[in-house]
Design a protein around this ligand. Structure first.
Ligand SMILES: NC(=O)c1ccc[n+]([C@@H]2O[C@H](COP(=O)([O-])OP(=O)(O)OC[C@H]3O[C@@H](n4cnc5c(N)ncnc54)[C@H](O)[C@@H]3O)[C@@H](O)[C@H]2O)c1
Length: 349
């Protein structure tokens, strides 16, 4: 039995299609949404959050907007639900990170929470590609890195005034919601790129320490966000620094135009190889290249499908120690991104 708190766009367009494919018919899905009008076919809606938390849930997904994640998570932790999966970003302020970290210092609660970033499981495609490489290439891939690039550049359209407008991440239809800080690219999509980069580094046995600075942070018209501005969402940002001691550059762009759409990473090895992961259509493409040698792999299907298969145990599953380690990594990343935003914009008044 699975539960959802928050029955919005991501549940409708990403979770439900994936769960319909993954779960046997008849697995009960229960949900609660603060908006009484919000109903989703396939999820039985309960009148209160307490009524949902009283159900014998195997897992609970927190899929409310980021600003309410911490409040809802705290309440869920007081229930007996054994596994609580929180959408990204895990929490929305530095104060909430502190509060969550002290809550998770309790060993029991630590293993119950998974910061769910569906990009983290894309690393499984990289693992599969590495397994298919000749032994000498596989060995090289675990060797020293020269540099790392991460990117999430989303296709966009233009609104009636000719200003760039976002497209729904699942359907591609124009998304006319007015984004406000903190829902700009630094936190909203920087979380995905950092999750992927760090899970990839963990897979390769590389160090995970992360130092980043924000090089640029602009609005959707490409105007720099001014210090003291706590309203305007970032539409584009670039970050630079080091990951595991290796130079890293990250490009985040919600308004990359009709041709935009790079979503992944490229690693450059000191021995001249490149390993890249990108998204094309409905599949991940992973490519290894060294001189004339090129090996590629396609991983079809929605990323959410793979992520939910992993976290629900349909394809292997995560034990409590893995959940704990992933959550700790996501917490470090969200803390860093929130700190960078605050350093740029100034402390909220
Ligand atoms: N991984 C991704 O690519 C991706 C994509 C979209 C959204 N998300 C994440 O999923 C979460 C939800 O995003 P969305 O696009 O579905 O948002 P949404 O605004 O479409 O839906 C959120 C829903 O939560 C409900 N809600 C708000 N506060 C609540 C509360 N305290 N208790 C119960 N219900 C509450 C709202 O009424 C709404 O129906 C966010 O954390 C977002 O960052 C992730």
């Amino acid at each position: 039995m699975l539960g959802f708190i928050g029955l919005g766009g991501v549940v409708e367009t990403a979770y439900l299609p994936a769960l319909r494919r993954l779960l046997p018919a008849g697995v009960p899905l229960w949900g609660f949404d603060a908006d009484p009008a919000r109903q989703l076919a396939g999820i039985e809606r309960l009148p209160t959050q307490d009524a949902l938390l009283a159900k014998p849930l195997a897992a609970l997904f927190i899929t409310t907007p980021p600003a309410s994640h911490w409040t809802v998570l705290r309440q869920a932790l007081a229930s007996p639900v054994p596994c609580i999966l929180v959408e990204k970003p895990l929490v929305a302020t530095l104060a909430e990170i502190d509060a969550l970290q002290s809550t998770l210092a309790d060993g029991h609660d630590r293993g119950r929470v998974l910061a769910l970033d569906h990009w983290a499981v894309r690393v499984e495609g990289i693992r599969d590609l590495l397994d298919s490489l000749p032994p000498e290439c596989r060995q090289a891939a675990h060797g020293p890195l020269a540099r790392i690039e991460g990117y999430l550049e989303e296709p966009s359209g233009l609104d009636e005034l000719g200003v760039p407008c976002a497209l729904n991440f699942a359907t591609g239809a124009p998304d006319r919601r007015q984004l406000r800080h903190p829902d700009g690219v630094v936190l909203d999509t920087g979380t995905h790129v950092l999750a992927l980069l760090r899970e990839c580094m963990a897979l390769l046995g590389q160090a995970l320490d992360l130092q980043l600075t924000l090089a640029t942070m602009n609005d959707r018209r490409d105007v720099p966000i001014a210090p003291g501005d706590h309203q305007t969402a970032e539409g584009r940002a670039s970050l630079q620094g080091r990951l595991g001691g290796v130079p890293v550059s990250i490009r985040l762009d919600k308004y990359a135009g009709v041709a935009g759409g790079r979503k992944g990473l490229t690693l450059y090895g000191e021995q001249g190889w490149q390993l890249s992961l990108d998204r094309q259509g409905d599949e991940d493409r992973i490519v290894w290249q060294q001189g004339a040698q090129r090996v590629s792999l396609r991983r079809p299907g929605a990323i959410y499908g793979h992520a939910l298969a992993e976290v629900l145990g349909v394809s292997g599953g995560l034990d409590a120690a893995q959940r704990q380690a992933m959550t700790a990594r996501r917490l470090e990343e969200v803390r860093l991104l929130l700190q960078l935003q605050q350093d740029w914009r100034g402390e909220p008044t």
